[in-house]
Design a protein around this ligand. Structure first.
Ligand SMILES: Nc1ncnc2[nH]cnc12
Ligand SMILES: [Zn+2]
Length: 337
């Protein structure tokens, strides 16, 4: 069996996926047409050509503009289902997906339209593929604390169907400390916590995510490597890092996939996972991310299995479900050794 086929068949979870970042250009045109929205592109090729970013902000400007075509429950349901179809084809059996409610509520799309649409897509994916999923509500860190609190209160009717809160958008200048109180409120409601930290921001932001937001998982975390004491702390505590290799290259945080630090992170004992972040914008879904690092960093099958194992260990699934997934992973490895 080829390495590519081994990777595709490897049962895995995806833990870092922005559902709005799975909006493919073809879908952007289809949603624009059915909703009567004008978009500033003449063709799918023109959209793809615009996906040339120098940093995170470059990308975010285009990503938020793209999300404007999402208007109805059906759009969010279709968006989610299209992602789950692709994820299932890549061997994903469980996904914990981010959504950015403020991107939509600020355009007068109600929270419930977004949540109900995504939940409908999630239910359909489970029926169609047996793929389970959880929702993570992300606060946009370039907005203020008050807006985050307002979003958390809008989420109340759906709170039992939301697994965690997260923190995303423009990192530098918007440290985790800004959201300490809203994360404490979310924790008091029984929600798990994750945050993007150390994608472009310094190691201090990772410390704040740990010490002030009390995160259960760290999104990206790459710049932790600049601080050996932080690496030791992350490794010893078994903190899961959701690393996104193609995203790191596309946003110029890593010069090329051939110098991506994923293997260094593994050797340092970090519990790293591989994820796609915004696959429609960054050139590949989760399988493509595994294949890129396997080739670019010469990862062997044991490394790939460790990454898949970490994805279940780092998930918010109950222990019994994690054990079931790990047993299936072991069976797969046994059958393809
Ligand atoms: N990679 C990323 N970093 C921060 N915010 C995001 N929103 C969507 N993708 C993101
Ligand atoms: Zn992200």
């Amino acid at each position: 069996m080829s390495d590519d086929a081994f990777i595709t068949g490897l049962p895995k979870a995806e833990l870092h996926l922005h559902i709005e970042g799975s909006l493919e250009p073809e879908q952007m045109f289809a949603f624009a047409q059915r909703n009567g929205v004008t978009i500033p592109y003449a063709s799918v090729e023109e959209v793809r050509a615009a996906y040339d970013f120098s940093n995170l902000q470059d990308f975010l400007d285009i990503y938020y503009a793209g999300a404007d075509v999402l208007r109805t429950e059906e759009d969010f349901r279709d968006l989610a289902l299209a992602y789950f179809d692709r994820a299932a084809a890549d061997g994903v059996v469980h996904a914990e997906i981010f959504f950015d409610p403020q991107t939509h509520t600020h355009r007068r799309v109600p929270f419930g339209v977004v949540a109900n649409g995504l939940l409908a897509g999630m239910a359909e994916a489970e029926a169609k593929h047996g793929l389970t999923s959880k929702l993570i509500l992300c606060f946009l860190r370039h907005l203020d604390e008050e807006d985050a609190f307002k979003t958390l209160s809008q989420a109340q009717p759906w709170i039992d169907r939301i697994a965690a809160v997260g923190l995303d958008s423009s990192e530098v200048g918007h440290p985790p400390a800004k959201f300490e109180r809203v994360f404490a409120a979310a924790a008091a409601m029984g929600l798990k916590r994750v945050a993007h930290a150390g994608e472009e921001g310094p190691p201090e932001y990772v410390y704040e995510a740990l010490d002030l937001l009390h995160v259960d998982r760290l999104d990206h975390g790459n710049r932790s490597l600049e601080d050996p004491a932080l690496v030791t702390r992350l490794a010893r505590s078994g903190m899961t890092l959701t690393v996104c290799p193609l995203s790191n290259v596309k946003l110029c945080n890593v010069a090329s996939i051939d110098v991506h630090p994923i293997d260094r992170m593994l050797r340092l004992g970090l519990r790293v996972t591989v994820n796609s972040d915004d696959p429609a914008y960054f050139g590949g879904y989760v399988g493509e991310n595994y294949r890129a690092i396997a080739r670019g960093r010469a990862l062997d099958r044991d490394d790939l299995v460790t990454l898949a194992r970490n994805s279940f260990l780092g998930s918010f699934l109950p222990d019994e479900a994690v054990a079931t997934h790990l047993a299936r992973l072991d069976a797969y490895v046994e059958a393809h050794a």
